[in-house]
Design a protein around this ligand. Structure first.
Ligand code: 4NP
Length: 176
């Protein structure tokens, strides 16, 4: 399993951006779940999310996505959708795509920015190689429940890998 990319700035939080197509279903759900997992693990990790598309900029989370989060004790009410801006590649340590199509879009942007290694599939980062989070937009409650099952399985695994990565990383140069 490839290592997660090292922090750009070991003195600041490790920054993770989660990306899907519309930023109203999968990536904002993943943002809430991963944020809870890194908090639980006591990690200095900042989590945000975006979509590759621009259709929903400014919209809240899709109602069924938010409802499924609420059912399991999370709060998705603060979310407003954003489109991924290529300039963000310079400020994120890790950009995680929900599916292979999102990954291909991000890789095209990242190739131009020289940041291809920072862009990964969410499932790969969780040690679930090749696993894609399926697009639930327009689906019923069961689709959203399945997405949240996957996110809740993956997030603690990502947090565990981040914990290993960040504990390996010297915070400053050793003094002598
Ligand atoms: P998401 O779901 O990528 O998980 O946010 C979608 C939301 C909106 C659209 C597609 C997928 N759309 O085509 O508008």
């Amino acid at each position: 399993m490839p290592e997660l990319p090292p922090p750009r700035d070991p003195s600041g939080p490790y920054r993770v951006c989660l990306v899907c197509l519309g930023n109203i279903c999968r990536s904002p759900m993943a943002e809430v779940v991963l944020r809870a997992a890194v908090a639980e693990a006591g990690l200095d990790v900042a989590v945000d999310s975006a979509g590759t598309g621009d259709w929903h900029i400014g919209d809240p989370m899709y109602a069924r996505a938010r409802a499924e989060l609420t059912r399991r004790g999370y709060d998705g009410s603060a979310h407003r959708a954003r489109q991924f801006d290529p300039s963000w590649l310079a400020g994120r340590d890790l950009v995680l795509a929900m599916d292979a199509s999102n990954l291909a879009s991000l890789r095209r942007l990242a190739a131009r920015a020289g940041a291809v290694d920072r862009v990964r599939l969410f499932g790969d980062a969780a040690g679930m190689p090749g696993t894609e989070v399926p697009d639930p937009y327009g689906g019923d409650e069961a689709h959203f429940a399945r997405v949240l099952d996957m996110l809740e399985a993956a997030a603690p695994r990502i947090a565990e890998r981040l914990s290993a990565l960040l504990s390996d990383e010297p915070k400053s140069s050793p003094s002598r």
